[in-house]
Design a protein around this ligand. Structure first.
Ligand SMILES: [Zn+2]
Length: 199
């Protein structure tokens, strides 16, 4: 969020957006909300959720309610960013280069239409209850030895420990966040933009 939009919003607005973004990973947002995190191949539901939160953002600004707009935009960006951490998008993009001379992470195209529509695109399945124990680090190896390869546990790019693809997921998420910002603010009046950016 800082790298993508740190220069656009006021510190107060950015902090509210980030708070709402992070809140999606609270336990209440983890169960029964695949669409927040693009888990279990919920691509259609996640795209619909992004559009729903974009509409909430715009409606809130039309009602002069910047705080609600920041919260909705925070929720929207969480899903847009999790797409790269929880799907095999990065792997599919890198497969274009056959493993030799991969481009730098910041060269990744985050919205390659051939990949977004690819039948090979999938995201990690969440196998409860085993998946829960993945988050307890000393049990991680045990879980990985027993959980299928198409699980969130095996597929996620949530941290640098997941290897070199993590940097690609981060760069894709930064670019996508800017794209979502541009898409959301397209056609805003000066007054709406001022209210949203809090500038
Ligand atoms: Zn998430």
């Amino acid at each position: 969020m800082f790298e993508a939009l740190g220069d656009c919003f006021s510190a107060r607005a950015l902090s509210a957006i980030i708070k709402a973004n992070r809140r999606q990973d609270n336990p209440s947002g983890q169960f029964g909300h695949d669409e927040y995190h693009v888990d279990n191949n919920s691509f259609d539901q996640s795209n619909a959720y992004i559009e729903e939160q974009r509409a909430v953002t715009i409606a809130a600004l039309n009602s002069n309610d910047a705080k609600s707009a920041w919260s909705a935009f925070g929720r929207l960006t969480h899903t847009a960013q999790d797409f790269y951490a929880h799907s095999n998008y990065v792997t599919l993009w890198l497969s274009h280069f056959n493993g030799n001379a991969n481009p730098a992470p910041n060269e990744i195209d985050p919205i390659d239409p051939t990949l977004l529509d690819s039948p090979d695109l999938h995201s990690g399945k969440v196998y409860y209850p085993l998946e829960l124990f993945y988050f307890i680090k000393p049990l991680r190896r045990f879980v990985l030895s027993r959980i299928p390869r198409d699980s969130h546990a095996w597929m996620n790019l949530d941290s640098p420990e997941q290897g070199f693809k993590f940097d690609y997921a981060v760069q894709a998420a930064i670019k996508r966040t800017k794209i979502e910002f541009d898409k959301t603010t397209l056609g805003f009046s000066d007054e709406m933009l001022r209210l949203f950016l809090d500038r």
